[in-house]
Design a protein around this ligand. Structure first.
Ligand SMILES: O=C(O)CCC(=O)C(=O)O
Ligand SMILES: [Fe+2]
Length: 207
C-alpha cells in the first residue's frame, strides 16, 4: 500500500489503529520526523514572537467563559501567516486521515489543526473535545514540540480513563490520538512555555 508524503510507517500505523480500536487512545513516539517537528517549533515560536497567536478564549465557536477554562494562545495551521512546515504537517495529517479511514472505517472527511502556546501558569480544565451542539469531531490528535521537558515543569496532558488518570509529558516526539467524544482530559498548568499542535479529524466539514 502506498502512503504518499508520510513519515509514519505501516507498523506504527497498525499500532495506532489497534490501540484506538482497543482503548480509544493511542500514544505514538516519533510518528513524525525530527526535521518536521523542529521546523514546526521554529514556526510556532516566530508566530508567537510576532504576536500572531491569539488567546483561545476569543477564538471561534467557544463561549465567553472560555478564558477561565483554558489559557492557551492558538493559530490555525491553514492561516496564511503560518510557514511551509504547517502546510507539510497538514499534508501529513491528511494522509494519516486517509490511512486511518482504510483501517478503521471512521469516515473521517477533514482535518483541522492549530498551534497552541500555553504561557507559564496556563492550563486547560477538564473537558471533552466534541462539542455538545456539534458532533463533527471524531478523533483528537495532540503533537508536542518541546525539547527536554522536565516533569517538574508541569503541563502534562491528564487523560481521565475508566481505570484512573494517565499523565503524558508534552515532550517533543510524543503524539496522542484519542476518541473526541469519549475521552475526558485536561492540561495541567505549565511552568514554562509549552508548544503543541492540536488537531481534530472530523466526520464532515462545517466551516
Ligand atoms: O495540549 C494538550 O495536551 C491538549 C489540548 C486540548 O485538550 C485541546 O486543545 O482541546
Ligand atoms: Fe482537548
Amino acid at each position: 500500500m502506498t502512503s504518499p508524503a508520510s513519515d509514519i510507517t505501516e507498523d506504527a500505523l497498525q499500532d495506532v489503529a489497534e490501540r484506538l480500536a482497543d482503548s480509544g487512545i493511542a500514544v505514538g513516539r516519533n510518528l513524525f520526523s525530527d526535521a518536521l517537528l523542529n521546523d514546526l517549533l521554529d514556526d510556532a515560536r516566530s508566530l508567537a514572537a510576532a504576536g500572531t497567536l491569539r488567546s483561545a478564549a476569543t477564538g471561534r465557536g467557544t463561549g465567553k467563559q472560555t478564558g477561565a477554562l483554558r489559557g492557551d494562545a492558538t493559530l490555525w495551521l491553514d492561516d496564511p501567516a503560518c510557514g511551509p512546515a504547517a502546510t507539510r504537517f497538514l499534508a501529513e495529517l491528511d494522509t494519516l486521515r486517509q490511512r486511518l479511514n482504510r483501517r478503521l472505517l471512521l469516515g473521517l472527511s477533514e482535518v483541522e489543526a492549530h498551534y497552541a502556546l500555553y504561557p507559564p501558569g496556563a492550563g486547560y480544565a477538564r473537558h471533552r473535545d466534541r462539542f455538545r451542539d456539534d458532533d463533527a469531531r471524531v478523533l483528537s490528535l495532540v503533537c508536542y514540540l518541546n525539547h527536554d521537558w522536565p516533569p517538574e515543569a508541569g503541563g502534562q496532558l491528564r487523560l481521565h480513563l475508566p481505570d484512573g488518570a494517565r499523565d503524558i509529558e508534552p515532550q517533543c516526539g510524543t503524539t496522542v490520538i484519542f476518541l473526541s467524544a469519549d475521552i475526558e482530559h485536561e492540561v495541567l498548568p505549565a511552568m514554562r512555555e509549552r508548544y503543541s499542535i492540536a488537531a481534530w479529524f472530523r466526520q464532515r466539514p462545517v466551516r
